[in-house]
Ligand binder design. Structure first.
Ligand code: FES
Ligand SMILES: [Fe+2]
Length: 372
């Protein structure tokens, strides 16, 4: 159905998938050319499952969350039969918003522009001052649906599900791997958002490797047993591990298991016992992204150990500031005449390689869909 507008120039060479030991990094144009921004939204971010927020925010009939994914406003709402429904947050009259807050409660979806009212099944019900408009049938003006999945206490949405992998394949094995930890047992605590002056893929690349930790995060590095850093890659996700060096850290002892999951193309689940941090990297402009940080904790930590949460937030904020600073420098480097493609550390950049191979596959699929 939907075809992709404006495919940027991509050479066959750049799309070849090579092994980690032999591969070059993707060309700098993919990070700096504005045409790739719109292509990424259409070919990658619209065609994958995007994290929206905690199920707890839409627990009751009429609870809603609104968001923007791949540049498209969406609204998620719990209907009277307890089912979750998702729609483009776009009124069929002249494109107005049905929900303007990030979350709230309403038994119907009423457009905030001229007041058209939709039922939670998406059908158009109330249309004020429209009786003299001819050849108008409300049935033709229902809301456009969005695919949804709830998993481990979180809501995910996809605006082009016909092109997306099955959600169960995307997260296959994660719950089993982290057991006995159970993410659905954690409670949502807060949301932060960081603005970054770099392409979204610079931020993702940076998340996916431990190579930069000694230089960019000296404090974090002193807490980690960096020699044991490992990455594993699966079809739609990868996971990094780096055990803590000793128990003198804010996250407890060396026994603690930490998993840094990356779900292609832009979702991260940073899992420690009793704590989950979910990130979603949004492509805002070709040289700008923003990153949602949702924090979930075990209820016992929220109630009895607020200082542990405060330490976690302070430390996370410091690491984030260090990452943002280096990503913004890297963006300028990629924009310079001096750089096009580099190479990977076999030991420490397997996650970046995996992401870039997945990206090439998305690009190739989108190019062949639109030429067929
Ligand atoms: S745009 Fe929604 S009622 Fe006019
Ligand atoms: Fe980092």
């Amino acid at each position: 159905m939907s075809s992709i507008a404006g495919i940027p120039p991509i050479s066959e060479d750049a799309l070849v998938e090579e092994s980690l030991a032999r591969s070059k990094t993707i060309p700098s144009a993919w990070y700096v050319d504005q045409r790739f921004h719109s292509f990424d939204r259409q070919a990658v971010l619209a065609r994958t499952w995007q994290y929206i927020g905690p199920s707890a925010r839409v627990a009751k009939h009429g609870d809603f969350m609104s968001d923007i994914i791949a540049g498209n406003p969406v609204v998620i709402v719990r209907d009277a039969s307890d089912d979750l429904k998702g729609y483009f947050n776009v009124c069929k009259h002249r494109g107005g918003p049905l929900a303007m807050e990030e979350c709230g409660h309403s038994k119907v979806l009423q457009c905030k522009y001229h007041g058209w009212t939709y039922l939670l099944d998406g059908s158009l019900r109330g249309v004020p001052r429209f009786d003299r408009t001819e050849l108008f049938d409300k049935k033709d003006f229902g809301l456009e649906p969005v695919a949804l999945r709830e998993w481990q206490g979180m809501v995910f949405a996809c605006i082009e599900p016909e092109y997306a992998p099955a959600f169960d394949d995307v997260v296959a094995g994660i719950s089993e791997r982290i057991a006995p930890m159970d993410l659905s047992g954690l409670s949502f605590n807060r949301r932060d958002r960081y603005q970054v002056s770099s392409n979204w893929k610079v931020y993702v690349d940076n998340y996916l490797e431990g190579y930069h930790i000694p230089l960019v995060h000296p404090d974090l590095c002193s807490m980690l047993d960096f020699g044991s850093y490992e990455t594993e890659t699966m079809e739609h996700h990868s996971v990094q591990f780096s055990p803590f060096r000793n128990d003198d850290n804010i996250y407890g002892g060396t026994e603690e298991e930490a998993y840094y999951y990356f779900i292609y193309p832009n979702i991260m689940l940073n899992i420690l016992p009793g704590r989950l941090q979910v990130n979603r990297v949004d492509a805002d402009q070709h040289d700008r992204c923003s990153v949602v940080f949702d924090y979930y904790y075990a209820q016992d930590i929220i109630t009895n150990q607020p200082e542990r949460i405060a330490d976690d937030l302070t430390f996370s904020d410091q690491v984030q500031a260090e990452d943002i600073e280096i990503c913004e420098h890297v963006q300028r480097g990629l924009e310079s005449r001096a750089y096009d493609q580099g190479r990977f550390s076999y030991d420490l950049e397997g996650g970046v390689h995996h992401f870039q191979q997945c990206l090439k596959r998305s690009y190739r699929t989108a190019m062949s869909n639109s030429s067929s």
